[in-house]
Design a protein around this ligand. Structure first.
Ligand code: UDX
Length: 432
């Protein structure tokens, strides 16, 4: 099989490399010559554990290559994946489909022989119809099929998620396309991964419904955390107590500073817009979006309340990325929390193992430390925003000696309450 992946962002690169790992021939195409050159030189434009080694291995095996030349790449392609960005359109929260449609135009220009065109980018319901219309202007319907195949990759765990998915969703009713998609994902049969064939619009919606449900689950437990604080209960035990019920499940019940990242914030808002357009009031998803926005502000207030005032105080922040094992700062709760602390007069010193280069683009007037302990030296309080492994076993006696006051605010609940109390740390966490 020859697969062409259009777009070498997060989704395109991970999917392309993993298809090559499955044994297919893959050409990853991007318009950005600098990006392609970096990849050709063995560099990786994003941070994802394990990706660089996998790229190297598959390039050396001759299955994976990079190019800016879509027409040549497409010459013998069995499937062309559209994996370009769909950012939030400024102002209204709709997904911006400019890049998807531009890719479709270009694919139509250079397609020859029966080709399966697959949208992997997260696209609103009905986008496949438009891609089909664009390609249909130049080709007969029997020469191509437009398929939806959403990704469910988590940043930081993307390779494992691709190779061991809970399910693969394929939206098409075209039998020839189903065969091609089955061949592409055949290596997963060994793990008995369910492959769900649906109508295309259903497949497009599954992606949004999945992300909105997970965002709802997180937001629910975050609100329970607030209630726990108010009534004197422990949210971690509540989460365990409800999570053991198989109908609920224990995953995505960690209370924290609110969800961030490249998917949940953008996809929940886009889903609400789709509902509005279809005259369906998605009141639950709307509430989730609002509650998550308020949550980040609430976290900043929590810090300020704990310290009395932050005016003129130095706050050491550990963890800036929206979650561990990524350098991604998109919609990271740290951005809102830090800005609000700064507005209230705080001086911020921060450390993150991977995201400090990215963070400089979203945060002003923050100084950056070399490591976690440098970050807290002489600070008035320590705030943990992202639960990187290296923050999970800090030497608390050292932390105490470095801070002017032993204030530790842990927004990810990584330390046991009892230990902190015994050590004499003025410790607060979330919902405990
Ligand atoms: C998510 C989906 O999981 C993935 O299937 C989809 O394809 C893209 O969006 P990702 O954004 O990489 O993946 O991160 P994820 O691990 O899902 O976490 C999202 C956010 O939720 C993070 O900010 C994380 O800190 C937060 N979160 C997650 C919680 O606050 N509590 C939890 O219990 C789980």
């Amino acid at each position: 099989m020859l697969v062409v992946m259009v777009g070498t962002g997060y989704v395109g690169l991970v999917s392309g490399v993993c298809f090559a790992e499955f044994g297919h021939d893959v050409i990853c195409v991007d318009k950005d010559p600098a990006k392609i050159q970096t990849l050709k030189d063995g560099g990786i434009p994003i941070f994802e554990p394990g990706l660089q080694d996998l790229v190297k291995k598959n390039v050396e095996a001759g299955r994976l290559s990079f190019s800016t030349d879509l027409p040549s790449a497409m010459e013998n392609a069995d499937a062309v994946f559209i994996a370009v960005g769909t950012p939030s359109r400024r102002g209204d929260g709709f997904a911006d489909l400019t890049y998807v449609y531009a890719a479709a135009e270009e694919i139509a220009e250079h397609m020859n022989g029966f080709t399966v065109v697959v949208t992997k980018s997260t696209v609103p319901v009905g986008t496949g119809d438009e891609v089909e219309r664009i390609i249909g202007k130049k080709h007969n319907p029997e020469n191509f099929a437009v398929v939806s195949n959403p990704e469910f990759l988590r940043e930081g765990a993307a390779i494992n998620d691709f190779k061991h998915p809970d399910r693969v969703v394929v939206g098409t009713q075209n039998e020839q396309a189903k065969e091609v998609m089955r061949d592409l994902y055949r290596p997963l049969y060994i793990n008995e991964t369910p492959i769900l064939f649906t109508e295309r619009r259903t497949s497009e919606l599954i992606k949004y419904a999945g992300n909105a449900f997970l965002a709802t689950k997180i937001t629910f437990i975050n609100e329970m955390a607030d209630l726990c604080e108010a009534v004197g209960a422990d949210v971690q035990q509540v989460a365990r107590g409800i999570g053991l019920d198989k109908r609920i499940g224990s995953k995505f019940l960690h209370a924290g500073p609110g969800y961030g990242g490249s998917c949940f914030p953008k996809d929940t808002v886009a889903l609400v817009r789709t509902g509005d357009e279809a005259d369906v009031n998605l009141s639950i998803v709307k509430s989730v979006v609002d509650a998550n926005d308020r949550r980040k502000i609430r976290m900043a207030k929590k810090i300020i309340d704990h310290l009395g005032s932050v005016d003129g105080k130095t706050i050491a922040v550990l963890g800036l990325a929206f979650k561990p094992n990524t350098d991604d700062m998109r919609d990271a709760p740290s951005i809102t929390i830090i800005s609000m602390l700064q507005k209230n007069g705080a001086i911020i010193r921060a450390y993150d193992p991977e995201s400090m280069v990215e963070a400089r683009k979203s945060l002003d007037n923050v100084s950056y430390a070399e490591n976690a302990y440098d970050c807290m030296e002489g600070a008035d309080a320590l705030v943990i925003i992202t639960e990187w492994d290296e923050f999970r076993a800090l030497d608390m006696n050292r932390v105490k000696s470095l801070l002017t006051e032993p204030n530790v605010i842990d927004l990810r609940n990584i330390y046991p309450l009892y230990d902190m109390k015994t050590l004499g740390i003025k410790y607060i966490s979330v919902g405990r």
